[in-house]
Design a protein around this ligand. Sequence first.
Ligand SMILES: O=C(CO)[C@H](O)[C@H](O)COP(=O)(O)O
Length: 151
Amino acid sequence: MRIHIAADHAGFELKSALVEHLEAAGHDVVDHGAASYDALDDYPPMCIAAAEAVVAEPGSLGIVIGGSGNGEQMAANRVAGVRAALAWNLDTATLARAHNDANIVAVGARQHSVDEATAIVDAFVAEPFSGDERHARRIGLMSAYERDHRC
Ligand SMILES: O=C(CO)[C@H](O)[C@H](O)COP(=O)(O)O
């Protein structure tokens, strides 16, 4: 699977570990930065770049990483067509896919060990959307709002 990944300084180390892990698992990972550690960098540009790439490539998934994952999720969700979910355990990771058809997962690198965060990402990537009518209906309502209200 093609996976677009981005992180600021707070997620930089975890991003490196995840790129290595996901590539070893056979995924095609595209790194949207940060390209190097900079303690003063800002997460929105790289998260938005990863989010735009996910939307441009249906079927791909995205991972955005920061200290909490909150701002990274917010930045990704600015891009039309993105459904980014902040996952903080295995259940929120799998539900993000099964119920919300999330195409991006946000992870807080300061909230988890590398092993925990890797398990959260693996759970997200492995879980399919359930396709249940009630979930598809709710996603459709969000998409309709996005279509009708965005410039
Ligand atoms: O999680 C984040 C945004 O939601 C950032 O990674 C976090 O705010 C960075 O903090 P600092 O600049 O103090 O290292």
